[in-house]
Structure formats: C-alpha cells, structure tokens
Design a protein around this ligand. Sequence first.
Ligand SMILES: C[S@@+](CC[C@H](N)C(=O)[O-])C[C@H]1O[C@@H](n2cnc3c(N)ncnc32)[C@H](O)[C@@H]1O
Length: 364
Amino acid sequence: MLDQIPELGHDGSDKQDEIQRELKFALGLKCFNNSKWEDSITHLWRVAELSPDDSSVHLYLAFSLFRVGELRKSADHFDISISLEEKPQSIIDLKQQIFSEIHLNLPGFLQGAHAPERHVFMTTAIDLLNTQSATFNILEIGSYGGSSMLTWSDAAEKFLGGECQIVCIDPWGESGATLHNPIMNQNLKSKRAYDVFCHNATFCSENVEVSPIRGTSKDVLPTLDKDAFDLIYIDGSHYYADVLHDLAQCSKLLKPGGIICGDDLELQLSECDRAFVKNNKSVDFVKDPMTGTQFHPGVTLAVAEFFGKVSCFKGFWAMQQDSKGFKKVSFSDATGFLANHWPPDFHDHISNYFKTSNELGEFL
Ligand SMILES: C[S@@+](CC[C@H](N)C(=O)[O-])C[C@H]1O[C@@H](n2cnc3c(N)ncnc32)[C@H](O)[C@@H]1O
C-alpha cells in the first residue's frame, strides 16, 4: 500500500470561497496525514463541492474513501481526478495498484484473526470431501467482507479438479442480529462490507464462481434446491433461534455425504454452564462464568440441540451426513493450508501451531 500520493497542482476558483476552501483543505490534509480517514473525507468532501475541478482534492478523497472501504465512491473519485488531469498516468497507476489487492485490511474485516487455525480446518474439509463431481457446490451463510469466501476459493483451487460454485447469503445490512463488534456493525450498516465483499470476490480462483444473494437466511434458504450442496458453512446470526433455523434448513439442502459446518463454537454445551447458556441464548458473545471463556451461547446451544456433541477444531465445527443421519469427521488423514489472503505473520503463527498439533494428516 502506498503511503504517499503524487504531488499535483490544485486550483481555487471563487475568491469568496477561497479562505474556507483552503482551511478545509488544510484540515482534510492534516487528517489524511494522520490516517484519520473518516475526518479527512468529511473535510475533503466540502472542498470538492467548493472546487469540483481540482484534481488533487478528488485524489485525496479517493484514497481516503478506499481506506474506509467505500470502494465504489473511491473509484468514482479516482476517475474524476483522472479526467481532470492533463497527464493522468500516475493516478491511473495508483488506482490500478490499490484496486489490484485483496482488501481486508480495514478494522474488523479480517474475520477469524483471533483463531486463524479455523481457516486451515475449513480447507481440510474440502480436501476430505474432494468429490469428483463436475461442480462442487458450497453454501455460505454470513459472508461479510469475504474472508471465508476467499479461503473456500483457495481450497477449491488446490483440492478440486472441477468447477466450484460458492453461494453466499448475507443481507450485508440490517439482519436483526447485532454483532458484538461495533466496527463490523458499522461496516454492515454503511454498506461498506458489501462493497468490500464484491471487490474481494473478483480475486477468487479461476475455477470458482461466486453467487451472492442479499437477504437473511430465513428468507433465502427456503428458496434453494434440496440436496444441492456438497458443503454448507454457517457463520451468520449467532442467536440461538437463527442458528437452529439455519441447521434445520441446511440439513435439507445438503447432498448425501456432504459436510455441514460452522464457525464460533468456542465451547460445547457439555463444557459450560448450561443455565447461563440458556439465559444468554440471544446474546452474540459473552464470557462463560464457569470456564471464563468468551463464547457464542446461541451457537453452543443450537448445535448441541441439533446434533449433540460435534467434531470441533479450535471453534470450527463440522459434521458429515451419512445413511443414519450425521457423524463426526476426522481430519487426521486430510490436508489443510492457510489461504493466501492471510498476512505473513499469520502464516508463521499457523505453521508453529501445526508443528505440534495432530489434528491434521498434513499441513501444507
Ligand atoms: C461474523 S460475520 C461473517 C464473517 C465471514 N464469514 C468472514 O469470514 O468474513 C457474520 C455475517 O453474518 C451476517 N448475518 C447476520 N445475520 C444473518 C442472517 N440471518 N442471515 C444471513 N446472514 C446473516 C452479517 O451480516 C455478517 O456479515
């Protein structure tokens, strides 16, 4: 990521607005230089209104908008800046450079950063299934900015011979469930999460097709074909009633032999204070008084009621359908890896973890 942008001339127009414009511009630049992107947007927006033909204002605005995840607006302001320059090549290059990267570096966007091992187990589930079907179908509930989608995509590229379709369900807006992380709620409310998801979806592997469906799982799941998915991943609302609904619906959508799995099972019901779990089943994330562990009580309760005890790997749970219902899975003969969109630090941390863990057959 660049930390400097090219020096460009700018041109005030009306004398009466000049002082206000200069002040706003100075303030905007100060915020910009201090990485206070929201504030720099507020000030630069006003400057752009006062002098719409100033290419440099649009450029600073474009960069600030990119940093907060307003990718469409950012692209628009890059284009305005380009159109106003006589020699726009440096801006064209800058735009191309920053839009040619996966964008998960905003606060709250690299989901699962507290437990990246889970993303390794996700890839292992694909290796375990490794069906030779012409098209491998994945259903994901709760996609946010696309971190898990990119993990599925990398796994599909590495482990599947054929095509892979990932259907991603998320309202990317009002869902009725509040997440414990206020920044995530803000990213969803402002629609930035959807922009970021769409941008990141363009980085999926060649054999992967992503189909986003905007809506809650309650609205969308009943419209999907039965027995259609090889793997279903549940990471949407964590409230008990929603998770139970997702489990019941998804079990009908799974192909025979398919895997149903999900995120955020920090504790199974047998490991924690049951009364506390039941009293907090509509809370996103809370500390279990018995173990002191932060967990998602709605996920714990719904998974336990639907399956009983499940196979669980650092919070990633998975069950495989068989002729009798569902069985636990073992990854001890399967292979996993950490997807490319994870920064280098995580790769070091994860490879240290798998040096001593015996949960996988092989870690690549
Ligand atoms: C924890 S985030 C998912 C993170 C994502 N899997 C990733 O790796 O970045 C939860 C997502 O679930 C979505 N969500 C909440 N309630 C939902 C529902 N009822 N149906 C579908 N998605 C829902 C939210 O909008 C949010 O984007």
